[in-house]
Structure formats: structure tokens, C-alpha cells
Design a binder for this molecule. Structure first.
Ligand code: PEP
Length: 251
């Protein structure tokens, strides 16, 4: 059975003091216990976040990791460093990593495999750019991203994969995909998984939508049958907004 998940990607925001404040504010919110709640602070604040969330239901995810186990990669973070401080979830393939740090689906395939090999859960992000949506190639783009990065994996690997469809034109722009556009793409993604891995695997994978989700639009997006939650950027930096989004599923 797939889970409802709402994950907050804090990106390069919040000092350690602010991280502590925001987590404490979040812990005071009444969060739907049937939703998996994730937060993803900056690397330097992960240890603190793990310690502060140890007594509750909030999971902590890293925003990235390197594909090598260790070595001469100045400025990078390896998977065992994350696990050693209690981080067992990682966001990979965010559009900002792709756009500003040159991450390709070939590279992401390596990162995903390295994470899965040690039982990390991967939140894998992908989605088309605005020009691709306008040209009508968005289904092909998404299919290619998933095929390159994920579809060589064994079916058993999928128990540790969460997908996050994030149309790049909707990230941080205030422009949201309509609930119908999100549903159409999520159903397509699920059909691809079914084709490669069978109906059970497709049914069990949580597919999140990301792109300008706010308290005002979360409920209608989450009401779509193939949308299992959201990856939230800007609105995850405010505890009451994030809580309202977490609580956006119909009960
Ligand atoms: C994101 O960065 O993954 C994201 C969805 O950002 P925002 O919610 O701010 O559009």
C-alpha cells in the first residue's frame, strides 16, 4: 500500500538557530498522523534535525549526496556520512541540482544505486522544462528521465523509492500545474512503472507532486487519485503553512 508523504525541501535556507526554531514550531503543529512528514535541512544542520526529531514522526532527508563512498571530492558528502548521523532518506535529482550543478540522469542512476545499496530511501525528482511542456514533449522527457535513472533497477529496489514529479516551470514560480495536469502525468508515470515492474509495484509507489504547492492549493492537488503527496519548497519554511499542506489530505 502506498503512503501519503509531504516532504519539505529547505534548500540553502535556515541557519542552525533557525533550523532549531522551525523544527520546534513544527513539533507544536497538529500533523495528520497518516502522512509521512519529511524535512530536508542543509547538510550542516542534519545532525541537529535528527536529534530534535528523534522523539516524533518527522523524518529527516538530505538534499543530495555524492556517488562515491569516500575520496578526494572536496566539498562533497558520502552516503555513509549521512547514515552515520542517522539520516536514512535522500532527495536526488532536484531540478536545481540538474540545472546549476550539471547532474544528469546517468549520474543520478549511479547515485540512486549507491543509496539503495545501503538501504537509504530515495526521493527521486524529475520533470519537464517549460519549453518541453509547450512543445508537447513532456511525457517523452519524463519517460526518458525515469528510463535512464531508474528502470534498470530490480523490482525489489522500488520499496525504497519515492517519486517526485516536479515540472520545472512550476518550481518557485507561483505557477502550479493544474490538478488535472498533475493527475494526467502521475497516471502516466504509474503506467510506466506498471509496464516495467507490474501492477503491484506501480500501486505501491508513492508519487509526489512538487511545484508551488501552498496551503490554498494542496487539497485539490492531493485529492487526485495518483497524487500521493507533495515535495514542498518555499511553503515548507513556515511551520503553519507546511502543517496546513500536510493536513491537506481528505480524511
Ligand atoms: C521544490 O523546490 O522542490 C519546490 C517544489 O519548490 P516550491 O514549492 O517553492 O515551488
Amino acid at each position: 500500500m502506498r503512503k501519503h508523504i509531504v516532504a519539505g525541501n529547505w534548500k540553502m535556507n535556515k541557519t542552525q538557530t533557525e533550523t532549531v526554531e522551525l523544527i520546534n514550531e513544527l513539533k507544536q503543529q497538529d500533523l495528520d498522523a497518516n502522512v509521512g512528514v519529511y524535512i530536508s535541512p542543509a547538510f550542516v544542520n542534519l545532525s541537529k534535525a535528527v536529534a530534535l526529531t528523534a522523539d516524533g514522526n518527522i523524518q529527516v532527508a538530505a538534499q543530495n549526496m555524492h556517488q562515491s563512498p569516500n575520496g578526494a571530492f572536496t566539498g562533497e558528502i558520502a552516503v555513509n556520512m549521512l547514515q552515520d548521523i542517522g539520516v536514512n532518506h535522500v532527495i536526488l535529482g532536484h531540478s536545481e541540482r540538474r540545472a546549476y550543478f550539471g547532474e544528469t540522469d546517468e549520474l543520478l542512476r549511479e547515485k540512486v544505486q549507491v543509496a539503495l545499496d545501503v538501504d537509504m530511501e530515495v526521493i527521486f525528482c524529475f520533470g519537464e522544462e517549460l519549453n518541453e511542456r509547450k512543445e508537447g514533449t513532456h511525457f517523452d522527457v519524463v519517460k526518458k528521465q525515469l528510463t535512464t535513472a531508474l528502470f534498470a533497477l530490480d523490482v525489489s529496489a522500488w520499496r525504497n523509492i519515492v517519486l517526485a514529479y516536479e515540472p520545472v516551470w512550476a518550481i518557485g514560480t507561483g505557477e502550479t500545474a493544474s490538478p488535472e495536469q498533475a493527475q494526467e502525468m502521475h497516471a502516466y508515470i504509474r503506467s510506466l512503472i506498471e509496464y516495467h515492474y507490474g501492477v503491484k509495484c506501480a500501486d505501491d509507489v508513492s508519487i509526489l507532486y512538487g511545484g508551488s504547492v501552498k496551503p490554498a492549493n494542496a487539497a485539490e492537488i492531493f485529492a487526485q487519485p495518483d497524487v500521493d503527496g507533495g515535495l514542498i519548497g518555499g511553503a515548507s519554511l513556515n511551520a503553519t503553512d507546511f502543517a496546513a499542506i500536510v493536513n491537506g489530505f481528505a480524511s
